[in-house]
Design a protein around this ligand. Structure first.
Ligand SMILES: NC(=O)c1ccc[n+]([C@@H]2O[C@H](COP(=O)([O-])OP(=O)(O)OC[C@H]3O[C@@H](n4cnc5c(N)ncnc54)[C@H](O)[C@@H]3O)[C@@H](O)[C@H]2O)c1
Length: 232
């Protein structure tokens, strides 16, 4: 229970890896705000966490909306009074088809950037006032190994995830002085592996682990994730 009574928002927490992150944080004792555009899925995850003895609420959010991201932070504050951890996980990944870059429509490019990059910016803007007032906070941005190895046929996605790395480093330097630690996890595809080969527990531990690092530390190599930290 290393995160007992901490309040964590997980965007895109209704399905996939975000669901595992939400459950992993709850298992460590965090009160989890499961925020997703798929609000029915978010409600199911929150119900499962409560069923297992944890604390959670579901919030419908579109991370590309200023109003909705503010409402997400307000809902967390109304329910739990604070926001300790933001896991910026929501993204367009499963919804995208791999294709030659010449076939990527500019509107699709814009949508990927809006969700995968601007969405992080808006969520951070929504939670920052509370974290600053508290004098501490953890922001964990989910990037992707594709940004480091340059996977082909996914140019918009890979570019957005490379943007997450620069966003993380620059934000870390800006808010480190507020005792807010900003990390990026490259993500993990264990949950996509066939049963028997995957390790949900290992995948789920990423944000919980990252949330434990103090501002100013330089974590590396935990849980099979590659990531960056806040430096000032
Ligand atoms: N699956 C992988 O192999 C892998 C590897 C590395 C990184 N990642 C990253 O990890 C994260 C989760 O991956 P996944 O495979 O579970 O992705 P996914 O595409 O299956 O799920 C993404 C989640 O984001 C939510 N979402 C999408 N648009 C949204 C919006 N506008 N507002 C709020 N929520 C929205 C979806 O409802 C869903 O819950 C993503 O950021 C992805 O890029 C995934």
């Amino acid at each position: 229970m290393r995160l007992k009574d901490k309040v964590a928002i997980v965007t895109g927490g209704g399905v996939g890896i975000g669901k595992a992150y939400a459950q992993g944080l709850a298992q460590e004792g965090a009160k989890v705000v499961v925020a997703d555009i798929q609000d029915l899925e978010a409600k199911k995850v929150a119900a499962d966490i409560k069923q297992a003895g944890g604390e959670a609420i579901a919030v419908a959010v579109d991370v590309t909306s200023v109003e909705k991201t503010r409402a997400m932070a307000d809902a967390a504050l109304k329910q739990y009074g604070r926001i300790d951890i933001l896991v910026n996980n929501a993204g367009l990944y499963s919804a995208l088809k791999k294709k030659n870059f010449m076939e990527i429509d500019p509107d699709e490019w814009d949508r990927v950037m809006a969700v995968n990059l601007k969405g992080l910016f808006l969520c951070v803007k929504a939670v920052y006032p509370a974290m600053k007032q508290q004098g501490k906070g953890k922001i964990i941005n989910i990037s992707s190994g594709t940004a480091l190895n340059g996977s082909p046929l996914f140019l918009h996605y890979v570019s957005s995830k490379a943007g997450v790395l620069g966003f993380t480093r620059a934000l870390a330097r800006e808010v480190g002085g507020d005792n807010i630690c900003v990390n990026s996890i490259a993500g993990i595809d264990d949950l996509r592996l066939k049963p028997g080969r995957r390790n949900d527990a290992r995948a789920a531990c990423g944000p919980a682990q990252a949330a434990l690092y103090p501002a100013g530390s330089i974590p590396s190599g935990f849980g099979g994730h590659s990531h960056f930290s806040r430096f000032r």
